[in-house]
Design a protein around this ligand. Structure first.
Ligand code: 5GP
Ligand code: ZN
Length: 121
């Protein structure tokens, strides 16, 4: 399968690995959007959050727990941080192997978009 993140899991493309367990690996984002920016990905290929199934429950939980562990390891867990998973076009997903962004090291704004919310869904 021609998937960038599957190639990182396989070791065919280098990445600065920060964490690994049976279910997930984490590495630094190549284009950081915060002083610290890592991606935590399942070793199993899942294209989008919308494609995840009940059999993926454990791996999805490991994504969040690995992010929390990395934040502790990096020393910014008490200051706080953000985890984000983008889904498809409106979510801003560009790599179609799910990944949890872990952003830390500065205070971040909310909401994440700048235009005015006109009509709630
Ligand atoms: P998305 O926009 O899909 O939520 O996030 C994809 C992320 O993957 C982006 O933040 C982008 O910088 C990162 N990325 C894309 N290609 C590579 C790569 O080859 N190596 C690493 N480490 N990160 C990548
Ligand atoms: Zn993949």
């Amino acid at each position: 399968m021609d998937c960038l993140f599957c190639k990182i899991v396989a070791g065919d493309i280098p990445a600065e690995k920060l964490y690994e367990n049976e279910h997930v690996i984490a590495f630094r984002d190549i284009n950081p959007q915060a002083p610290f920016h890592a991606l935590v990905i399942p070793k199993k290929h899942i294209s989008t959050l919308d494609d995840a199934a009940s059999e993926d429950l454990e791996a999805l939980g490991h994504l969040q727990l690995a992010a929390a562990q990395i934040a502790r390891d990096q020393g910014f867990s008490s200051d706080g941080y953000r985890t984000v998973m983008n889904c498809r076009e409106n979510g801003g997903q560009t790599v179609y192997h799910i990944h949890l962004h872990l952003l830390g090291g500065k205070a971040m704004g909310w909401p994440p978009y700048t235009d005015t919310l006109k009509q709630p869904l």
